[in-house]
Design a protein around this ligand. Structure first.
Ligand code: C5P
Length: 314
């Protein structure tokens, strides 16, 4: 029998606020296969969660409301096109409860940056509302709802480092001895549209202007096991990078500047325009970040480490 928040008999769910922290992701390997009939591309990817976070707080309410602060939130619609609102409705529909909550989002992950910020917020909403409403879904059930919200959303529930297949929604964890990788993140001015980046890759491939496809993740997975950033640096790759560079040629300057600043390797993150640079260690990341900031080739430079946990109650 469906339990509803606000029923007289409130046995389930949190009474105080539920706060969830959710990371950004980068793709260490983003292999893009052919365009499928459903409009998605078949992917062969290795996701990696890094220490740049959004935070979502859920409180009891009489309707569903969302307020936001931070990175670029002025541009975000507060209607049903917002992934947070859609995630709350999807969970409530699945669990048979009313979608009533007061949600507040603090954003640090840039919008449309290729770091899956919107997907992260959807993942955080599922985890937060599940606790607030006491719906008690398993991680697998949440991942199922997550997949309908976006290809990256299941990964942001899991976090860590994981293989993604299908359209990116089928996740299996990569088991490796604990190692931290140290990154410098170059955040660009403005965003890039993910569908547009995929379309540009299709166009480049049709005209023979795209580089060879990456293919298997084997080399990258082997490199992760070796725990040597110099080895990992040689295996990073992103099939969407040519598309992002074609749409935003200035990213080539950003990538060159990061390598000139001493990064081991730099790649465009997901569909861009954020560029991420692997460095030897935490101290090196600080040095590279300072030099990259001085080069003035992007809006903001941050350091981050990974892997970190997926969406979690704090
Ligand atoms: O899954 P999500 O809604 O995040 O995807 C946004 C868009 O990115 C899709 O509508 C599609 O155009 C493109 N995409 C794709 N292949 C994937 C994932 C996303 O073409 N595997």
């Amino acid at each position: 029998e469906a339990w509803r928040p606000g029923d007289d008999d409130e046995r389930r769910g949190a009474t105080g606020p539920v706060r969830v922290r959710v990371p950004a992701k980068v793709n260490l390997h983003l292999g893009v296969g052919p365009l499928r009939r459903d409009g998605y591309h078949e992917l062969n990817t290795v996701y990696h969660a890094i220490s740049i976070y959004d935070e979502l707080t859920a409180r009891r309410g009489d309707t569903l409301t969302l307020t936001m602060e931070g990175e670029g939130t002025g541009e975000l619609a507060l209607d049903d096109s917002n992934l947070v609102i859609r995630a709350a409705h999807a969970l409530a529909g699945y669990a048979g409860v009313m979608p009533h909550a007061r949600l507040h989002l603090r954003k640090q992950i840039p919008l449309a940056g290729g770091l899956a910020g919107g997907s992260a917020d959807a993942a955080a909403t599922l985890v937060a509302c599940d606790a607030l409403w006491g719906t008690g879904l398993s991680r697998d059930e949440l991942a199922g709802i997550a997949a309908d919200l976006g290809s990256d959303v299941p990964f942001l529930i899991h976090g860590g480092t994981a293989l993604g297949t299908g359209r990116g929604e089928a996740i299996s964890p990569v088991l490796a001895r604990p190692t931290s990788w140290h990154w410098v993140v170059a955040i660009a001015d403005g965003g890039l549209s993910t569908p547009q980046a995929y379309r540009e890759l299709d166009r480049l491939r049709e005209t023979g202007a795209a580089g060879p496809a990456l293919g298997s993740t084997d080399a990258l997975l082997g490199a992760l096991r070796q725990r040597d950033p110099r080895v990992l640096a040689r295996t990073l790759g992103n099939d969407l990078q040519d598309a992002a560079l074609s749409l935003r040629p200035s990213l080539a300057t950003t990538l060159k500047a990061g390598e000139a600043a001493g990064a081991l390797a730099g790649i465009v993150s997901g569909s861009g325009p954020t560029c991420v640079f692997l460095t030897a260690d935490a101290a090196d990341a600080e040095r590279v970040a300072a030099e990259l900031a001085a080069a003035e080739v992007c809006r903001q430079v941050r350091t981050a480490h990974g892997p970190v946990h997926g969406a979690r109650i704090t």
